[in-house]
Design a protein around this ligand. Structure first.
Ligand SMILES: Cc1cc2nc3c(=O)[nH]c(=O)nc-3n(C[C@H](O)[C@H](O)[C@H](O)COP(=O)(O)OP(=O)(O)OC[C@H]3O[C@@H](n4cnc5c(N)ncnc54)[C@H](O)[C@@H]3O)c2cc1C
Length: 430
């Protein structure tokens, strides 16, 4: 266990006045570090306790180690894209939404850039820069951190919180649970925080890996791993869940599908996989072209000179993707485009508009970037992120039952909610 505390807790961890902090933050990830910074800026004596040997391991891995820390959406646009329960984020986004978050980072020496009009990155395009900014600020504020220290349980004795770890117990007047979710276990994610929340009476909703590649029954994606399909449409082919649909870049893998559109729709697919063994999907790999679009395209082709069918398709799809679609439609791909008519043409158009594929699983938390589910939002006040059950207890970041799609949503939430939780500290003891 490494302890950087200037006001050291006793080695046996026993509670003493000196070691009764104003705030203990459990978890030194994105939300926990910002909660610690905010609480310290407000004059609270805070400490961060982190089980990993260093803080911010998941933050370092984020965005392919480049850290897509936010995006340029307005508050309303942001909450709408999050979907289910997005409005819970409102007060946190008021405190540290996109522009304010960029200012926050600017003030701690981390410049940010937007290169595609949407995603916000550190100017260096390195997550290490973001982490260094946060660590430097914690150091400047004198916030002690205990790393390599796994919290095993928590309690409240009627006056103070107890945080029990291998070396003893720390006590505080307020407690921030910033323990994250279950994705990327090697970053320290273990889900222990759910148990701590439960021990205070919080209910925890079912959890699923989200932002996760999917496994398909069909093996044809393995033949197409070289390709990224832009603006692919993906929808669930079940009447009851027909509204589950997304558009974005799609990548084929040896076992199925990945890419932003899949990571995004997997937030809905993984809970469905608990209910159904398999989920039929429809893909539209031609930028949403409809039956009518294809009828007109075929009509034009028919009037032109005799050409091999696959040559014609090259302007719409990579050649080997087109070959697979011909196979799926049961139409030979070796003839001319003029030879494709009647039933075969209809079958091909049907396959082009709605390519069937079946999801049978996902790659689990190892391959996921966020957890769907967590501590129930109804038990937490969105204006302070204080527990409605246990005064003085705050929950922030991914431990809560909130997750967003790809594109800086989850880190933005982690930072903003950490900030709001840190702002609230002091409320329960004043
Ligand atoms: C590979 C990958 C890439 C990602 N890329 C992006 C991206 O580019 N943009 C984006 O917006 N989101 C991204 N995300 C999601 C984002 O990183 C997370 O949603 C965010 O880090 C959650 O922050 P958090 O503070 O809630 O949890 P975390 O950052 O996971 O921090 C929780 C901390 O709590 C500690 N902890 C847990 N239990 C205990 C315990 N019992 N005792 C002590 N410490 C404990 C953990 O070790 C961990 O350090 C990515 C996720 C992954 C896995």
């Amino acid at each position: 266990m490494t302890d950087t505390t200037p006001h050291e807790p006793r080695a046996d961890g026993a509670a003493t006045d000196a070691a009764t902090y104003d705030v203990i933050v459990i978890g030194g990830g994105a939300s926990g570090m910002v909660a610690g910074i905010r609480a310290a800026r407000l004059g609270r004596r805070a400490i961060i306790v982190e089980k990993s040997p260093s803080l911010g391991r998941k933050l370092l891995a984020s965005g392919g180690q480049r850290c897509n820390l936010s995006n340029t959406l307005t508050k309303d646009g942001f909450m709408e894209r999050v979907g289910r329960d997005g409005r819970f984020m409102g007060p946190a986004l008021d405190e540290l939404g996109g522009p304010k978050l960029r200012e926050f980072f600017h003030d701690i020496g981390v410049q940010t850039v937007v290169l595609d009009g949407f995603r916000v990155w550190p100017e260096t395009r390195k997550s290490a820069t973001v982490l260094k900014g946060l660590l430097d600020e914690l150091e400047r504020l004198g916030v002690p951190t205990m790393t390599g220290c796994e919290v095993l349980s928590t309690d409240h004795d009627g006056e103070t919180f107890g945080v029990h770890h291998g070396g003893g117990v720390l006590r505080s007047h307020e407690l921030v649970l910033a323990t994250g979710g279950l994705a990327l276990p090697k970053s320290g994610a273990s889900g222990g925080g759910y148990g701590f929340a439960e021990s205070f009476g919080h209910r925890i909703t079912a959890r699923h890996p989200a932002g996760v590649p999917v496994v398909t029954r069909e093996d044809w994606p393995a033949r197409l791993t070289a390709h990224t399909i832009g603006k692919a449409q993906v929808s669930v082919a079940m009447k009851k869940h027909a509204k589950v649909a997304r558009t974005g870049d799609l990548i084929f893998t040896k076992k199925g599908l990945r890419g932003p559109v899949i990571l995004d729709i997997s937030r809905d697919l993984s809970p469905l996989l608990e209910r159904y063994d398999e989920i039929p999907l429809h893909l539209n790999l031609c930028r949403g072209k409809t039956q009518e679009d294809w009828q007109s395209i075929f009509a034009e082709w028919r009037q032109g000179t005799q050409r091999p069918a696959l040559d014609c398709f090259e302007e719409h799809l990579p050649r080997d993707v087109a070959e697979v679609l011909f196979e799926l439609a049961g139409v030979p791909s070796t003839g001319t485009i003029q030879a494709i008519k009647g039933g075969p043409k209809d079958a091909l158009i049907q396959t082009l508009v709605r390519t069937p594929i079946t999801v049978t699983g996902h790659t689990g938390y190892d391959g996921a970037f966020v957890t769907r589910g967590g501590a129930r939002l109804k038990d937490v006040d969105p204006h302070t992120l204080m527990s409605k059950i246990q005064p003085g207890l705050y929950l922030c970041g991914e431990v809560l039952d909130l997750d967003g799609p790809c594109g800086g949503f989850n880190l933005q939430w982690a930072f903003a909610s950490g900030y709001l939780a840190g702002s609230g500290t002091g409320l329960a003891v004043e």
